[in-house]
Design a protein around this ligand. Structure first.
Ligand code: CIR
Length: 254
């Protein structure tokens, strides 16, 4: 069975953390509707959705991806780079504790799940404003013994590594070449976003399907030209909070 953990949009999402974007008003009702539609696509693609409830004091809590990284063998609880986001961890940890052995990133490590890209036994970790080398070292200690190869990637122009690159097929990644060097992903096909769609590199792969924002039609065409099956979702309000599609779920098999 495949589980997708999600968390309802907080009524305070308008006060979310922002790093590279200018604050714009967020329509909470619309954000919730878009989030539900996103969950419906997850369900249609075979996920059992476990939705945690919204927490008014935690504006960014819908972005559950940042709170844990789930591997087949265990789950790693993060220590988010934005201090206010650390209070998001307990609820996700409680739910995950029923499915995986848990390991936690400890200070001085900071890590957001959005900085972790796993493809098979290869793991790339963004070294960004939110994730540091101390966390990378801890990840390496935990994962090397399980047979994973862990590599750090400098991320300077966007929030997370997965703002710049995500997996879109078994053998392909979608990359914004202005933010990350496609050559890092040796052995994989590299598809570049359309240059005008700079935020278009975040796609969520489930089997041979990709969940992808309606906001980036030119890049969507590039994916479809490669015979990738794309399911679009309108996530305009979550994009204003500097989120996209990978960040709203934690997906794993049980
Ligand atoms: C933040 O800055 O933490 C949130 N406003 C957005 C987090 C998005 N997370 C993700 O893409 N993994």
């Amino acid at each position: 069975m495949r589980i997708a953990i999600t968390r309802e949009v907080s009524p305070s999402i308008g006060r979310c953390e922002l790093t590279h974007l200018v604050r714009q008003p967020i329509d909470v009702a619309l954000a919730r509707m878009q989030h539900r539609q996103y969950e419906e696509v997850l369900t249609a693609l075979g996920c059992e959705v476990y939705r945690l409830s919204a927490t008014p004091e935690l504006p960014d809590s819908v972005f559950v991806e940042d709170i844990a990284v789930v591997f087949d063998e265990l789950a790693i609880l993060t220590r988010p780079g934005a201090p206010l986001r650390r209070s998001e961890v307990p609820a996700v940890a409680e739910l995950l504790s029923h499915c995986r052995k848990l390991v936690a990133i400890a200070a001085p490590g900071i890590l957001d799940g959005g900085d972790v890209l796993r493809i098979g036994k290869r793991v790339w970790i963004g070294l960004s404003e939110r994730s540091n080398r101390a966390a990378l070292d801890q990840m390496h200690t935990v994962l090397a013994s399980l047979g994973y190869a862990v590599e750090g990637v400098s991320v300077t122009d966007c929030l997370h590594l997965k703002s710049a690159v995500t997996q879109v097929a078994e053998d392909a990644v979608l990359v914004n070449p202005a933010w990350v060097d496609g050559a890092l992903f040796a052995g994989l096909d590299v598809i570049a976003v359309d240059p005008v769609e700079v935020y278009g590199a975040n796609a969520l792969l489930i089997d041979a399907n990709v969940i992808y924002p309606t906001a980036y039609p030119r890049t969507r065409e590039r994916l479809e030209r490669r015979d990738i099956r794309v399911h679009t979702v309108d996530v305009s309000e979550l994009i204003k909070a500097e989120g996209a599609v990978t960040c709203c779920s934690l997906i794993f098999e049980v």
